[in-house]
Design a protein around this ligand. Sequence first.
Ligand code: HEC
Length: 459
Amino acid sequence: MHLGRAITFVFVAGFSSLILAARNQTTPPQKEVTFTKDVAPILYKNCVVCHRPNDVAPMSLMTYDEVVPFARMIQQDVEQRKMPPWHEDPQVGEFTNDPRLSDADIATIDEWVKRGMKKGDPKDLPPAPAFEPGWHILPDVIFTIPEFVVPKTAMDDYEYIYVPTNFTEDKWIQAGEVLPGDRRVVHHATVSVIDQAEYAKHVAEHAKENAGVDEYHYRTGKVLHLRPDAPVIDDGCSAPDGGGIPGHPSGYLNIVPAIYLPGHMPEIRPPGYALRIPAHSYLQFQIHYSNHRGLDEKDRTSIGLVFAREPVQHEVAQYEIWNNMFRIPPNDSNHRVTSCFTLPKDVIAVAYTAHMHFRGKSMTTKAIFPDGHEEVLMDVPHYDFRWQETYFLKKPFVLPKGTKLMTVAYFDNSQNNPLNPDPSKALRWGEPSDEEMMGFWLQFADPQVVTEKAVEAQK
Ligand code: HEC
């Protein structure tokens, strides 16, 4: 592979310098935009993390020969800012994982395409970034589920699979990534940390045929749904539970080192912020399998974890805040649903995620501080189910106890929504993708400084 690439470069280099020489006789020398000098660094920095062989994007953009056939499409997509993908409003907040290109980079690509996509001097080409196959981080440790057969009948199944960490001491996790074993059937995977006592309880609960069934929920096979006749609360903020199941708060705590969702990249927390995995914990893989291949498929999904390298200051966890009681009428193109959750303690905001299914249209979350002033935290004006990013704040900041987080989502259940599987259906909360969810997740850190020598624990 390396050898092949080197040979290509030598060959094309000789060729293009001939062309250059010929051109220079007639036109005055001018600064030329070339692939090797100008375009490759932009792609290496911003694109190849996904656009490399066997990764999430449909084509690799590592080499000149791979890029040229897509050049016009690249020019168009970067100008329209469709690529790299990013769905948070650029006016709201600053995020460490904001991949948007600078105007100068976009102009460079534009110029390069307009001027005939010159290759340039191979010596200008920066070294290609190195990746672990599949991963977008370099994990210190990887946990993989035992081989799981996803039957061809598993159109929408939630499976709960447990892997012991066998950690004999607490570990601090700065980054994490869930790598689907088979992207064609793994729709999403949430990995949560649970302790030994919870482990036994979870295993027993999820083994039950009627797991999760109560006065509001029913089950079909391996998925849970809200009953069609459950009370309707679209405006969660007007209800005592903020949009949660009556009697339950809209927000609950979860310890999630990493999650896989469509278009989701790894969780990379700022230095000094880390998630604790206590000794002897288990990892619960909640995997949503969706097998439309007509064949049984085998899956071995993994989570990769990177230990904190720097002293940990703040311990990270997550509030998942939901409206679970909405009802979206058929053919409604702009259905409003809200949730509200009041923070029970001081937290440091670290990252935000918007979660809806195919009808999700937009989501905005604002903080209403105890002194009454308001601030928009997250604004996803054009939600896209295929791109469920988590937005990591450049400057984490304190949200004091008593701050109300108010989320407003709109759903498009009309036929104008190209992703809509069925506009004629009224929708309630449900685990399958063709039913709906409305969630805002806040990764937060404890303002209390961690006093133990958290990094020493890794040795
Ligand atoms: C987070 C991963 C990711 C990053 C980063 C990314 N892409 Fe993509 N790209 C994808 C995926 C997945 C698709 C296919 C799905 C889609 O089109 O929405 C895609 C599609 C495309 C397409 C359209 C291909 C087609 O056949 O329609 C172009 C062109 C493209 N990307 C260019 C770029 C460029 C240029 C960059 C960097 C400036 C970039 N992408 C960054 C994941 C990514």
